[in-house]
Design a protein around this ligand. Structure first.
Ligand code: HEM
Length: 231
């Protein structure tokens, strides 16, 4: 059985190849024919299914394993694949072209976000876990060392010449304290990155709003001007 990641990569590769094919290979007008329409409608419905993920996340508050992102990514790639087949190389209407471009922008922003967001999220979680463990260790080590002993050790550390008494526990405490400081710094950097990806998320969301607005107009216009394959 293929895992979700492999399916997504294959689907994204297929969509990319199809897109290049659709741009460079001239095709007969097909989007208005019965099969072309069916592909467009199916693609639109599948794309709409991407909205189940944000609905469950934001409205039903289902997060993490309760609401896996993988089906969102699948619908977000499979729907546009059908739409690319539906459109072919046939820029028939301006609104159709806008819908197509906004769809590609949504998919592209989704792919970028999928890479970056996950990376940042996972690293941040790991670092926060590390920090918790390090802080607990720091507390334990601090209890092992007397205040006077520590003071002498730190004075010796601060001075270039003084060579204070050997204090193994103090050395260890100092090492752990340095690791805590480094991890806190790394977390601050990741937190800033996370903020950046929150902003990315808004871009993906606004592009989605544009896409569905365009799609609605495209559907209304095509319905108004008639379904050519109807007798
Ligand atoms: C037509 C295609 C797509 C539509 C309409 C769509 C729409 C959306 C919407 C509305 C959100 C919620 C944003 C929010 O709650 O702030 C979202 C989140 C997201 N989408 Fe898409 N998307 C599409 C395709 C994709 C694709 C192809 C990928 C990845 C390859 C992707 C990756 C993501 C990621 C990583 C998130 C953030 C998840 C989170 O914050 O929990 N999307 N998408």
């Amino acid at each position: 059985m293929m895992d979700d990641r492999t399916i997504h990569i294959l689907l994204a590769g297929f969509l990319g190849a199809l897109l290049v094919g659709a741009v460079v290979i001239p095709t007969q007008p097909f989007s208005g024919a019965l099969a072309g329409h069916a592909l467009g409608i199916a693609g639109g419905i599948i794309m709409s299914l991407t909205l189940v993920y944000p609905f469950r996340k934001r409205i039903l508050n289902k997060k993490g394993k309760l609401n896996p992102l993988s089906s969102h990514v699948f619908f977000g790639l499979a729907g546009p694949t059908l739409v690319v087949l539906h459109a072919g190389n046939n820029p028939a209407s301006l609104i159709g072209i806008f819908t197509y471009i906004s769809m590609l922008l949504v998919v592209l922003s989704g792919i970028v976000g999928r890479f970056l967001f996950k990376k940042v999220n996972r690293s941040l979680k790991e670092q926060k876990g590390d920090l918790e463990r390090l802080r607990a260790l720091l507390d334990r080590k601090r209890d092992e060392v007397g205040a006077r002993e520590l003071e002498t050790f730190l004075e010796a550390k601060a001075s270039l010449f003084a060579s204070g008494e050997e204090c193994r526990a103090c050395e260890e405490l100092h090492g752990v304290a340095l690791s805590v400081a480094e991890t806190e710094h790394a977390i601050a950097v990741f937190d800033r990155a996370k903020l950046m990806f929150k902003r990315w998320s808004m871009v993906h969301l606004y592009l989605t709003a544009v896409l569905f607005a365009m799609l609605a107009v495209h559907v209304l216009v095509t319905t108004y001007y008639g379904l050519r394959w109807l007798p």
